[in-house]
Write a protein that binds this ligand. Sequence first.
Ligand SMILES: Nc1ncnc2c1ncn2[C@@H]1O[C@H](COP(=O)(O)OP(=O)(O)OP(=O)(O)O)[C@@H](O)[C@H]1O
Ligand SMILES: [Mg+2]
Length: 386
Amino acid sequence: MSLEIELQDVTKTYEPGPTVVKSLSLRLEAGSTLCIIGTSGCGKTTTLKLINRLIEPTSGSIRIGGRDVLSQDVIELRRSIGYVIQEGGLFPHMTIAENVGTVARLEGWQASRISQRVDELLGLVNLEPWEYRDRYPAQLSGGQRQRVGVARALMCDPPIILMDEPFGALDPITRNSLQDEFVRLKADLGKTIVFVTHDLGEAFKLGDQIALMDAGELLQMGTPTELLEEPASPFVADFMRTHAHHKPPHEMIVDDVMVSDTVTVRIDGDLVPGPEDLMRRLDKFRLRSAVVLDERRKVAGVLSRQSLERQDIRDWGELVDASPAAVRSTAALADVLDQMLRTGQTEVPVVDADGLLLGTVTRKSLVECFEPPLTASGSLPAARGI
Ligand SMILES: Nc1ncnc2c1ncn2[C@@H]1O[C@H](COP(=O)(O)OP(=O)(O)OP(=O)(O)O)[C@@H](O)[C@H]1O
Ligand SMILES: [Mg+2]
């Protein structure tokens, strides 16, 4: 089950002090991931807490699956929402298994059912249950604790997950591998996810939609490509350029320029989803081809728009172009650039070490990284810490 989230004209004022969220309206489709990004103090955490009613709005309405959250029983509401807070927020005196199973124990699940589910979730986040379930949080690395936090949020299979900078305090390598896992998990679980981050690269990689906030206001919400190609204001354009890339192009890897805009399709005799649906999704993301996945979610090739437009198709499998090579997210940027120039590919699927799809490098995402970070007026922007 997955549910959509809708905020309408939501405002939060701390009387008599500041208004920290201003007339915020947004709609997130069921099963998709929204990354909220913006400068420190702009209202990201407040927005998350408004959704699960840890904070009550001063005005406006918040609906989940069409139901007003304010009219629901708070306990019941929170049961339907997993919440991952920064640094995991684990109880230090409880073992990992006890931490993950907390809510299920409160719900009165049988011990054997809890134990089975805890093991299943630890496996899902790549922590071997036999090795980790009886340890205490202090005996885990920061990245492992974050994974436990994610497992805990999933325990009772909530349709909604809120994540507040869950990978914030990690080194780049651990962060990267957790992001890759997140991409895989979100494909498998089909939850509606709101994910707060400081890191535009992370938002590009994980978000189906990105919401850029500043000083309590939503400046723009859209796909990564929409924010890049159609910034709603000079501020958005500046933000995208200034925060997009911190490294010179020759030091960059594929992961630095990858975007989450991908359209996938399976061929199961017929196309899943059907050709019209697929074309609509390609239009939405302005992509020229869909990535064909096999039953293990591995990349099997691509299917172009031209193929979809053809009539009298007997065997979709024959139209799949298996030759355009996918690239590893760890490959040097120069290699994928070379490949695109050589083959004329405009979109290259990006995969992890197991061949599972992580995202896409598009011509646009690649061109971005060679543009100097200029402001709309053409001058170099002032450093803006986030
Ligand atoms: N209880 C409160 N009373 C008054 N102001 C508050 C209160 N709680 C938070 N704020 C203010 O609300 C604003 C938004 O806070 P919030 O925690 O949502 O920011 P954030 O975007 O998550 O920032 P960060 O990236 O640093 O985590 C901040 O300016 C903060 O000082
Ligand atoms: Mg915050």
